[in-house]
Design a protein around this ligand. Structure first.
Ligand SMILES: NC(=O)NCCC[C@H](N)C(=O)O
Length: 483
């Protein structure tokens, strides 16, 4: 194991402590293979343009992350990088690839573990079983080099772009495959078939890559209370599924889990017991949100900006008065709204005495003031600046799905203009990523001293994949928050 690998640490105890290391995946060629007939099954809202999503959108994200997390890989090189049409710097396996150990590319980790013949055998067999490949194809895959194979397993194509199985175009949303909670790794169980191969790859990486060798005992897999194959029906409610977008480490001792379209009650039940048994956290709050595509994960309806600041969709934040007897309809039908938001908190050792919160907003204020000891009033920014119809329009394009690079410095899509305006009204600097990178390059601004800033990211193509920068990040190390 090299020196640098020994320096690698896993620890995430908040949503907003300065980000020092994360795992990402740049759009691979599989994204360019999404066809209209499969777009819905593959969880894409539309057909994206691969060149644009890479060069005009995601590459800026990577450059920005490098500037904040691994400055020497990028500083002074921006002009040359932008001129280089080959984009070799962004291609895992290429000699010019950035190879950062702070902004870590999943495909690189996969190709590293495939050097080991034993792991290669096992993973190829698992992928082939999952994708129903022929034995002949399995042998062909075994003959590939580790870098070629990593590319094939992720993109689903080999030898001159021939598709051999479905791509995994959602792999750019690395948040959803695993979550770091303090110094533990929680491997997720996806609800949607389109994401099964992603989790298989993640499982092999975390258990086999030398970067995570000293954390092997801290890798958590969600057990089934009853074997999956004995559960009736195909409904998620019965099955144990949990996706990372529903998990938020809001404080060292406190985890939020969304009970959503993707994360089932059965998985939440097993996860809470496991987290308490292993002393990972002392408090878990379950936030039930409407089980709808619009709100697929908890992080699509709110994320944290500062100790005392959150961005949220108002209809999720407030007390839901429907069905409370204030409207005639409440008295002519007994039907209660099924999509009511509910907040239930479990404390270790007192699972039978859960605490109920009246609203999500009340929960967020409690986290800010009691867990994070913020002395300032809790501030809420609403999607679309609380204006109809921009609230739901902008939530759909991830106005609430922001990634904090450090407290008060967040990135989100440029298209959510009304939400951005709300940030402006709170005194935030609004700056486009290209502009910001230029200012870093000429020394006019510095990532270390930047404060209260909303970085706007180009989003025409990325937003069609239905996830924002919170989803596109798996934080591995964040600095501890200081009181
Ligand atoms: N955490 C997130 O909300 N991730 C976004 C995932 C988007 C992807 N197209 C999906 O439907 O799974």
């Amino acid at each position: 194991m090299s020196e640098t690998f020994n320096d690698f640490k896993v620890n995430v105890g908040s949503e907003i402590g300065a980000l020092r290391c994360l795992i990402i995946h740049s759009p691979d060629s599989g994204l360019g293979k999404v066809v209209p007939s499969k777009a819905q099954d593959w969880l894409f809202e539309d057909i994206v343009h691969l060149k644009t999503i890479r060069k005009n959108e995601y590459d800026h994200y990577l450059k920005l992350l490098l500037y904040f997390l691994d400055t020497e890989k990028i500083q002074g090189k921006l002009k040359d990088l932008d001129k280089d049409l080959s984009r070799d710097f962004y291609k895992p396996g290429h000699p010019k690839f950035h190879n950062s150990l702070k902004v870590v590319e999943l495909q690189k980790l996969l190709s590293d573990i495939l050097i080991n013949e034993n792991i290669k055998h096992k993973l190829v067999a698992s992928v082939c079983a999952m994708e129903s490949c022929t034995y002949h194809l399995q042998n062909q895959l075994m003959a590939k080099s580790n870098t070629e194979l990593a590319n094939i397993i992720i993109s689903g194509s080999m030898d001159n772009d021939r598709m051999i199985f479905a791509p995994i175009p959602n792999f750019i949303f690395t948040r959803d495959v695993a979550i770091i909670i303090n110094n533990f790794v929680l491997l997720n169980k996806p609800a949607k078939k389109a994401r099964f191969r992603e989790t298989l790859i993640a499982r092999y990486i975390f258990f086999n890559h030398p970067l995570f060798a000293s954390y092997e005992d801290n890798i958590l897999e969600i057990p089934d209370s009853l074997p999956q194959f004995l559960r009736p029906g195909e409904e998620n409610e019965q099955h144990s599924t949990l996706e990372g977008g529903d998990v938020m480490v809001v404080a060292k001792n406190h985890l939020l889990i969304g009970f959503s379209e993707r994360t089932s009650a059965a998985a939440i039940n097993e996860t809470i017991k496991m987290l308490f048994d292993r002393n990972v956290v002392e408090k878990v709050t379950v936030v039930k949100i409407p089980h709808k595509r619009d709100f697929m994960h908890l992080d699509t309806v709110f994320t944290q900006v500062k100790k005392n600041m959150w961005v949220i969709l108002k209809s999720i934040a407030m007390i839901d008065h429907r069905g409370n007897g204030n409207e005639p309809i409440d008295h002519i039908t007994e039907k209660q709204p099924e999509d009511r938001t509910e907040v239930t908190q479990f404390i270790k050792g007192k699972i039978n005495q859960p605490i109920k919160f009246d609203s999500v907003e009340q929960l967020l204020a409690d986290i800010s003031e009691n867990d994070l000891k913020s002395t300032e009033k809790t501030e809420i920014i609403y999607s679309g600046n609380e204006e109809f119809p921009y609230d739901s329009r902008e939530q759909w394009t991830d106005s609430c799905n922001l990634l904090a690079l450090k407290e008060g410095v967040v990135l989100g899509y440029d298209r959510n203009e009304h939400t951005i305006n709300a940030f402006k009204q709170k005194g935030f600097r609004i700056i486009g990523v290209k502009d910001l990178l230029q200012k870093f390059e000429i020394g006019e601004l510095n990532p270390r001293t930047l404060e209260n800033t909303f970085i706007t990211m180009p989003s025409a193509e990325l937003s069609r994949a239905r996830g924002g920068f919170h989803c596109m990040s798996m934080p591995v190390f964040r600095d501890e928050l200081v009181d």
